[in-house]
Design a protein around this ligand. Structure first.
Ligand SMILES: Cc1cc2nc3c(=O)[nH]c(=O)nc-3n(C[C@H](O)[C@H](O)[C@H](O)COP(=O)(O)OP(=O)(O)OC[C@H]3O[C@@H](n4cnc5c(N)ncnc54)[C@H](O)[C@@H]3O)c2cc1C
Ligand code: FES
Length: 522
């Protein structure tokens, strides 16, 4: 992910711009008081907001306007044009918002407006006195932040088994591992932030049981935390391979910041790596190790990369991309043992290596939920409000299996943006909002200068339609089952990805309206 240029472009909007030059439903990129700003005329109203996304500095002027919001082209964050608020993850902080004055046939961007903080006045007597969040990852952190943004003033505790502050996990296999993102990019927030927000963040603590009758979480060190509402956001952990030599010091897994640091340290003295597992994490690791000039061999059971998720054409494209970067593949096989000098495959072939990375999938971390007797369905079963089978306990992120409105199926995904948005919805529902989780799933991957974004969910599909030129890395790929459009992947067509998201949202809204009509008439 390269950072967007923040150099100033376009007109100085403080000097005024002719109203006649502002097209309805379009964005004009300019600047005011030294900051990039977009001026928007939407449904006859004028808005001016900061032009740079607060997630990874994405260029909002290249995004999409939807009603009174703007969506980022890179990872689909959504901001209010009225207030600048980050309405949807992955952005967690607002963009700037400016007063626009109309005079003498011109629009002038005047002063920067303060972000109105929501007051605790929204609170009602039915609010929980204390909220405990187990998990300090994407979902847990987003939930804690949203509780405070929504004006929740009660006791808020976040328990995390991780020793690090909540951090940007997707970056661990990308820029950070490649050496192009410094350490200080990785934490999502500073320690000061949690202090100021009065979030009691406890790091390096593991919850071992939940006493649902007395509403208490018990920690491994014997400590107890009482809750009125509980969010379980324990994420997932890497599947460990029980291989001879699998616990040697040069064998690495990648889930945590500490794992990535250890891998960086090892990679800096390594010449040749074997990556076992050829899905997203394995392939992103391969690309990042190539950026460090390490020779890379990838071993995978499949014969075509990611065929089940993205189809054979994309799989072949990604394989060629890696081969162009001198990665060697060993497909249709797996490792049978590891020793200090290399990896032996089931075929008997030996690949020399001084670094081995295993990325063969993850398993949801369900021990706590199972012990508490929550309903389990290959994940924690939640309803559309992200409530578990026990009142007062919610679940979000990689562990939650929820009823997906679009496919009509109960699904569980392992996507950063979904985890954060679920955390945000769970937070609002903890406060009694009764908000259904109907967000369209979204994920992205980056390998070298190749980027793919995916909206929707098609764990099975029978038709793949490619619009554009896949070899030129410029296409939209649609996945259907029985004629129904289930997901869209875009390669370097960000706007198309955003449009697909909006189209799926309209389908969901129509399904909801239909259900409401049927309910009313029965
Ligand atoms: C290297 C890497 C790259 C990725 N890249 C992408 C990407 O490009 N795009 C994408 O969409 N997704 C990506 N993902 C997936 C994404 O990071 C996850 O889907 C997301 O982090 C899930 O969020 P979560 O909150 O459910 O779990 P996590 O972020 O894993 O957080 C779980 C938290 O729970 C804590 N915990 C677990 N058990 C306990 C316990 N008993 N007591 C206390 N704390 C506990 C953990 O320490 C952790 O803090 C990537 C994942 C990895 C590992
Ligand atoms: S840069 Fe805007 S959502 Fe990531």
């Amino acid at each position: 992910m390269s950072e967007a240029e923040t150099k100033l472009e376009g007109p100085d909007l403080a000097q005024g711009i002719a109203l006649s030059s502002l097209t309805e439903g379009a964005m004009l990129l300019g600047h005011a008081q030294g900051e990039p700003v977009i001026l928007v005329r939407q449904s006859g109203e004028l808005f001016a907001v900061g032009a740079v996304c607060t997630h990874y500095n994405g260029p909002l002027a290249q995004g999409l306007l939807v009603a009174d919001t703007v969506r980022c082209p890179w990872h689909h964050a959504c901001f209010s044009l009225r207030t600048g608020e980050a309405l949807r993850a992955p952005a967690l902080s607002p963009i700037s918002c400016w007063r626009v004055e109309q005079r003498d046939g011109k629009a002038f961007v005047r002063d920067r407006l303060d972000h109105a903080s929501r007051s605790a006045s929204r609170a009602t007597s039915t609010l929980p006195e204390s909220v405990v969040i187990v998990g300090g990852g994407a979902a847990g952190n987003a939930a804690a932040e949203m509780l405070r943004r929504e004006g929740y003033a009660g006791r808020l505790t976040m328990l995390s088994a991780d020793e690090s502050l909540p951090y940007d996990r997707p970056n661990l296999s990308k820029n950070y591992l490649a050496g192009s993102a410094p350490e200080d990019w990785i934490p999502l927030r500073s320690p000061k932030f949690y202090k100021e927000q009065n979030i009691d963040l406890m790091l390096g603590v593991r919850a071992v049981s939940i006493d649902t009758a007395n509403r208490q979480v018990k920690l491994a060190d014997g400590g107890r935390h009482a809750y009125d509402a509980l969010l379980i956001a324990t994420g997932a952990e890497p599947v460990r391979l029980a291989l001879p030599g699998g616990d040697l010091p040069h064998v690495h897994y990648l889930r945590t910041f500490a794992d990535s640091r250890a891998l960086v340290a090892r990679a800096s003295t390594s010449k040749r790596a074997v990556v076992i597992g050829a899905s997203f994490i394995g392939l992103e690791v391969a690309a990042s190790l190539r950026a460090r000039n390490v020779d890379v061999h990838v071993v995978g059971r499949e014969t075509c990369l990611m065929e089940k998720i993205l189809g054979a054409d994309v799989g072949n494209l990604i394989q060629r991309l890696h081969e162009e970067h001198a990665v060697t593949f060993h497909l249709g096989t797996t490792a049978s043992s590891i020793d200090e000098r290399g990896v032996t495959l089931e075929t008997g072939e030996n690949i020399p290596a001084d670094l081995v990375v295993i990325g063969v999938g993850v398993r949801p971390s369900l021990a706590l939920a199972e012990q508490a007797g929550l309903a389990i369905d290959r994940g924690i079963a939640v309803n559309e409000y992200l409530e578990t089978s026990v009142a007062g306990i919610f679940a979000a992120g990689d562990i939650a299996r929820w009823p997906d409105r679009l496919s009509g199926e109960r699904i569980r995904v392992e996507h950063w943006v979904v985890a954060e948005r679920q955390g945000q919805t769970a937070a609002r529902n903890i406060l009694g909002r009764r908000e259904r989780f109907h967000a369209v799933p979204f994920f992205w991957t980056e390998q070298y200068d190749f980027g793919l974004a995916y909206v929707g969910h098609a764990d099975r599909f029978d038709t793949v339609e490619i619009d554009g030129q896949i070899d030129a890395h410029d296409c939209t790929i649609t996945y259907r089952r029985d004629g129904q459009k289930l997901a869209v992947a875009v390669i370097h067509r960000d706007l198309e990805g955003l449009r697909a998201e909006v189209e799926f949202e309209r389908t969901i809204a129509a399904l909801e309206a239909n259900s409401a009509r049927l309910a009313a008439s029965s």
